[in-house]
Design a protein around this ligand. Structure first.
Ligand SMILES: [Zn+2]
Length: 259
């Protein structure tokens, strides 16, 4: 894109009160979520995603520039098209696999799926009930990126396998319900610190940390469930026990706690 156009679109976004960061987790964390989830993909797919890590990362960033603002959220009043955006990406990925597109393209498409699954797991994208949200939205995402090395990253194996498209709808409904339950806790934390930055203020036992950490692992888990669903829907196999049935356990990807 020519520099003048980049500047112009940045100006338009700021006039609208938007910036890149208003559309998702930070770009860095979008890439991390896609990469963490790719380790949980069915083995044959995981190998391809490791080989095409660059395309996967690019796909996770693409919706920042090519999706409509409303595609990134779904509020209780019905505004936002996140559910539809996620379903479209899932179906497009299945179609790409069925029609034997290159794995470079498949990886890019799975990165896009990861982006929207991650948005779904982010409580701030499931509600706009707090009128003061714009005072802490950007800071909370920056805080999440800052705190990420200390998250324990896990996959929640009790979330059931996705078999049909009705199960994808259920994943969306459950994600929205979880996000809306957690949403008020974030605003309460910012009121406690007078809307200053949470970076260096919220400690690792705070609700702010807990919500961000659970949302991150939730994003990784749901992306992994969707990858498996997409792979099987297109005729792929998955010999693993994990994700083939709901189990009362979690799979630890990263112990967290790095300083
Ligand atoms: Zn987004």
């Amino acid at each position: 894109m020519p520099r003048a156009r980049i500047l112009l679109s940045a100006m338009l976004l700021s006039l609208l009160g938007l910036s890149d960061a208003t559309l998702a987790w930070t770009p860095e964390l979008q890439e991390r979520i896609a990469a963490d989830a790719a380790r949980l993909a069915p083995p044959d797919l995981a190998r391809q995603l490791a080989r095409h890590a660059r395309e996967l990362a690019a796909g996770a960033r693409e919706p920042f520039t090519d999706a409509a603002p409303g595609d990134h959220y779904a509020d209780p009043d019905g505004s936002g098209n996140l559910a539809e955006a996620l379903r479209l990406e899932v179906d497009a990925a299945i179609e790409a696999l069925r029609s034997r597109r290159t794995f470079a393209e498949i990886a890019r498409r799975l990165g896009r799926v990861s982006h929207f699954a991650a948005d779904l797991a982010l409580p701030l994208h499931t509600s706009a009930d707090d009128r003061a949200e714009s005072r802490y939205y950007d800071d909370y995402l920056a805080y999440a990126e800052w705190a990420r090395p200390r998250f324990a990253v896990v996959a929640y194996e009790h979330r059931p396998p996705l078999v049909g498209s009705g199960d994808v709808d259920r994943l969306v409904a459950e994600g929205l319900a979880r996000g809306r339950a957690a949403y008020p806790g974030i605003g309460a934390e910012y009121r406690r610190i007078d809307f200053r930055s949470g970076i260096g203020r919220f400690d690792d036992r705070s609700t702010a940390f807990g919500v961000a950490s659970l949302a991150y692992s939730g994003a990784v888990t749901d992306t992994a469930r969707l990858q498996r669903y997409i792979w099987l829907a297109a005729g792929g196999a998955d010999p693993r026990q994990a994700f083939s049935r709901a189990r009362d356990r979690i799979l630890v990807l990263d112990q967290g706690g790095a300083p």
